[in-house]
Write a protein that binds this ligand. Sequence first.
Ligand code: IPM
Ligand code: MG
Length: 370
Amino acid sequence: MPSFNLLLLAGDGIGPEVMAEVKRLLGFYATTKIADFRIEEGLVGGASYDAHKVAIADETMAKAHAADAVIFGAVGGPKWDKVPFEARPEAGLLRLRKDLGLFANIRPAIVYPALADASSLKREAVDGLDIIILRELTGGVYFGEPKTITDLGNGQKRAIDTQVYDTYEIERIARVGFELARKRRNKVTSMEKRNVMKTGVLWHEVVEELHAREYKHVQLEHMLADSGGMQLVRWPKQFDVIVTDNLFGDMLSDIAAMLTGSLGMLPSASLGEMDAKTKRRKAMYEPVHGSAPDIAGKGMANPIAMLASFAMALRYSFNMGREADRLDAAIAAALGKGLRTADIKSEGSTVVSTAEMGEAVVGELARMAS
Ligand code: IPM
Ligand code: MG
């Protein structure tokens, strides 16, 4: 049986609760001898701050570098509102992304048939939706320097964030977009704000050039990001792969998540460059939802985004596409039986806890395996 090393970083809020369902799943893979996932665990975010006064410790970073994949829960919460900016919980997540070089963030928004009515959009607008927001994850305004607040001395302060992109950063994320699209419906929509931003001008230019040079057979369109957001709620099925920068991708993926009924449904994969020698890439898998401190500890959280993120790990890190398909099918089957966590509940459905949903998904998997 294949064996892989995972680093589990549950983090804060509902992170540990949804991570518990990943452990249940790993238990299933071990007992059925499908794969042996060896796990290490570490602290990140507020939990790490409480223990070490940093959002992620160097030793934990070293483990992340060594692992075949990092499985990440969520970070943040009001408890850490006043900690220094450098040590805020989110800094741990950002360091993982940056130091591991995880520039490609794949955020699929898929509407499960059973959930088409949970969306705030009309059923016909979202039924069968299957799109990807491909977000650049290690550049742009998240990491650009200078990033400062200065006191101007006249009772005023000045805050600066820097949006910066180099050609190679745009080209490599666009390439991932074209590669994804050609295995899907062969369409890429690039979103930027070239009417206002120089980074948008360069983004547009680099995507065009790459397309003309290597991907002519993929359909490419460009949208201004604001208009793209509007189109995403107007008629999301027009899209296949949307490729966009770090900040726009953050916003557009929250919008896309809501199309599917709940933020609790959206998984993500963050991938680094493929190592030409080892044919392996650094990777982290995380649900798009945050730590949801308001419902933390109540057993109410939806584990589906976390479990579906693990399905992405099977697909992108472990070459276990068939198991990934099965896990996705098991999630759909549990939903098909009318089981719902509180965030996606509807009339006639059965509201279940985080653990019950995890149990149901693993139960469906077991049924498929036997
Ligand atoms: C996300 C989150 C993060 C981001 C936060 C927690 C720093 O919103 O992954 O979408 O802004 O990237
Ligand atoms: Mg976000």
